[in-house]
Design a binder for this molecule. Structure first.
Ligand code: GLU
Length: 416
């Protein structure tokens, strides 16, 4: 894989810029994140020692609205990664048609190694350190890998104390009793399955004819696997960091979800007819549908030629490298790209923020039906545009997203 993760984004941006015939200055604006911040976070550990963690926030673009995007707690978090993830948020929000730019942040930490108290202190210190640049109208964080609703609860509390006003709109993905939206936790996985449903309709296939493998059983993968199963697909393989299970006759997804809820990991799960499978072997299984719902850079030029799935719906951010895209395209594998397929999370974050600003809360039915409408319309828009112009769905989605950001830059003009 050439270059870092941000290079993966630039490769797609260059392709969109070439097709859109963008002037070089506009390309440069899109290629350089507006603002980056690196912070040192000293924390008193439970044993009395002091540890310093490094945190980041990147605001790639605020042209279409406040920066929006999650906060990731993981050991590989670095500036290159948050730059890549924040620019994906810019394109994702533009494709989704919601009034946000793109941001992302994170802390280099393994959250499973911290006590709850340490995690809370680290989160509160991160909010303090990023306070000058975040806010309901500036930059609105949310959960991502390694973070959850409780962390967002500490987030909103710390920000509100510093701000002197209760400000639930500063962060989304909060617990429901303190201003979170019903349906937000499931929204990314639910949106992925709306994309699967729309894809199958266009291919003239019934869900019951489809075998499916899901890589990743976290917040996104577990919901995607559950809803794929409920839609009627045969989910034959799932995995998480501890490994995977494969049952060609279809896995018992409700039992797996129960096991993971109780044990946090898939490890220890057994069912008759299911074998162990590694994360890498899962990707090359002979299935109809592959849903990567774990990390970025899973499908690379090394394994792309071995992928046997007929279609890939990207639930993770950036699971496929730009080099792998070419190979998948040559092999006729249809990819529904991340910036379209996994937008359900940020679309529901937008609903949460709107509810916070209005202090008026919606029912689950209203949240899910609005999410369905937006996902279905966006899918149709990208599908029709890509087919009309004879482009891949990824390039089609990038062009739609990039063009919306460019139009906004031109309408706002360049200051001063
Ligand atoms: N972390 C999620 C994503 O990558 C959600 C971001 C948000 O809701 O702001 O799309």
């Amino acid at each position: 894989m050439a270059g870092g993760q941000y290079e993966q984004v630039l490769a797609r941006l260059r392709e969109a810029a070439r097709i859109l015939n963008l002037e070089p200055g506009i390309f440069e604006i899109l290629a350089e994140p507006e603002r980056t911040l690196e912070v040192a976070l000293p924390i008193k550990m439970d044993d009395g020692s002091i540890k310093v963690f490094i945190g980041y926030r990147c605001q790639h673009s605020t042209v279409r609205g406040p920066a929006k995007g999650g906060v990731r707690y993981a050991m590989d978090v670095c500036m290159d990664e948050v730059k890549a993830l924040s620019s994906w948020m810019t394109w994702k929000c533009a494709v989704a048609g919601i009034p946000y730019g793109g941001g992302k942040g994170g802390i280099r930490v393994d959250p499973t190694q911290l006590s709850e108290g340490e995690l809370e202190r680290l989160t509160r210190r991160y909010v303090y350190a990023t306070y000058p640049i975040i806010g309901p109208e500036q930059d609105i964080p949310a959960p991502d890998m390694g973070t959850n609703a409780q962390i967002m609860g500490w987030f909103v509390d710390t920000y509100s104390i510093l701000n002197g006003v209760y400000s639930p709109g500063v962060v989304t993905g909060k617990p429901v009793p303190i201003g979170g939206s019903i349906g937000r936790r499931e929204a990314t996985g639910r949106g992925v399955i709306f994309a699967v449903r729309e894809l199958l309709i266009r291919l003239g296939k019934e869900p019951t004819e489809i075998t499916c493998a899901v890589q990743g059983y976290g917040n996104v993968g577990s919901v995607a696997a559950t809803l794929a199963h409920e839609l009627g697909c045969k989910v034959v393989a799932v995995s998480d960091i501890t490994g995977g299970r494969y049952n060609p006759r279809g896995l018992n997804i409700p039992e797996i979800t129960k096991h993971v809820e109780n044990n946090r990991v898939l490890e220890g799960y057994e069912e008759p007819g299911a074998d162990n499978i590694s994360n890498t072997d899962l990707l090359t299984l002979d299935v109809d549908l592959l849903i990567p719902a774990a990390l970025q850079n899973q499908i690379t030029e090394e394994n792309a030629a071995d992928i046997k799935a007929k279609f890939i719906v990207e639930a993770a951010n950036g699971p496929t490298t730009a080099d792998a895209d070419k190979i998948l395209g040559e092999n006729g594998i249809l990819v529904v790209p991340d910036i379209l397929a996994n937008a359900g999370g940020v679309i529901c974050s937008y609903f949460e923020w709107v509810q916070n600003l209005q202090n008026f809360y919606w029912s689950e039915e209203e949240v899910n039906s609005r999410l369905d409408n937006i996902m279905t319309n966006n899918f149709a828009e990208v599908w029709d545009f890509a087919h009309e112009k004879d482009l891949s769905l990824r390039t089609g989605a990038y062009i739609l997203g990039v063009k919306r950001v460019v139009d906004a830059i031109k309408l706002r003009g360049i200051f001063p």
